[in-house]
Design a protein around this ligand. Structure first.
Ligand code: 13P
Ligand code: SF4
Length: 298
């Protein structure tokens, strides 16, 4: 592995490349990453990087977002098959039908969606800013898609709005349940519970914190507790364990196999070959960028 890490570092320098990694990636990828973060942080990093080549170690919609935000850069993904089950739960035809059913109601789209879906949306959001984005809109009714759990979470925080949800979800977070939270609380009474807003609302409400993956790292940093029960994709506890070796983390095993498709070997190969390239049709990309810009301006 050491040779591979050295080879990747050399290739990055030669090609003026940057490796962006999501928090759920394999821990060995963190060794070569220039930035590790949540969807919002990764978007901001992709938007502002001066690198010529962006290697996106995450899932496809994330690499696509980088291509939309920085169209002059070449974006490559270690494994083009790394998709997102939630992003696949919404299609353009269905979204257009929903918009026709609720004319004039703004569409807030979670970034876990394809470029085509983003292009048909008014404004985007991530788990880190969803409540703030919806709160900023003057309209009382708002369509939130594709995650029904995130929509429920937003509704619970902004009761004076009427949130119209799409019926999508993340299968990895959908599995996380209240029974586990109750059992884990009994077993680790001093532990704080951190959930992700993609969890069912009963889990989010039972937790001490409900945060995006990067905000989880901040929360642990600022909380004196020694133990944490982490309700999100189970690889997240490896990230937390690496940053906080003196704390203990417990989770329920629920893995996103798409996130784990990327490996150091595939990262090396895509640096050497500068492919597979992720690109977006300029007509789609321009409209999706407007929805991104509205999010950044909030
Ligand atoms: P974050 O933006 O909180 O990292 O979430 C992304 C994701 O896909 C969670 O499943
Ligand atoms: Fe998509 Fe869920 Fe995997 Fe996140 S954890 S990338 S929402 S399938």
């Amino acid at each position: 592995m050491e040779n591979l890490v050295a080879e990747i570092s050399r290739l990055k320098q030669e090609k003026n490349a940057i490796i962006l990694s999501h928090n759920y990636q394999r821990t060995e990828i963190f060794e070569v990453a220039d930035f590790i973060g949540d969807s919002l942080g990764l978007c901001q990093e992709a938007k502002t990087t001066k690198a010529d080549l962006i290697v996106f170690s995450g899932v496809h919609f994330m690499a696509e977002s980088a291509a939309i935000l920085n169209p002059d850069k070449k974006v490559v993904i270690p494994d083009p098959e790394a998709g997102c089950a939630m992003a696949d739960m919404i299609d353009v035809e269905g979204l257009l039908a929903m918009k026709a059913k609720y004319p004039g109601v703004p569409v807030v789209m979670y970034v876990n969606s394809t470029a085509e879906i983003k292009a048909e949306s008014d404004v985007l959001c991530t788990s880190a800013n969803a409540v703030k984005v919806v709160q900023s809109l003057s309209e009382k009714r708002v369509i939130c898609a594709p995650d029904k759990n995130l929509a429920d979470f937003i509704q619970s925080k902004i009761p004076d709005k009427e949130i119209i949800p799409w019926d999508g979800y993340c299968p990895i977070h959908q599995r996380l349940n209240l029974d586990y939270v109750k059992q884990a609380r009994k077993r680790h009474p001093k532990a704080k519970i951190i959930a992700h807003p993609e969890c069912p609302l009963e889990v989010s409400e039972a937790a001490d914190y409900c945060l995006s993956t990067s905000k989880m790292v901040e929360a642990v940093k600022n909380d004196p507790a020694k133990e944490f029960i982490v309700m999100t994709e189970c690889g997240m506890i490896k990230r937390l364990q690496k940053v906080f070796p003196d704390r203990k983390f417990y989770t329920l095993c629920s893995m996103c196999f798409d996130m784990k498709k990327n490996t150091l070997e595939k990262i090396r190969d895509c640096l050497v070959n500068e492919k597979p390239v992720v690109s977006v049709d300029p007509a789609v990309s321009g409209k999706a960028l407007q929805a991104f810009e509205r999010m950044f301006n909030i």
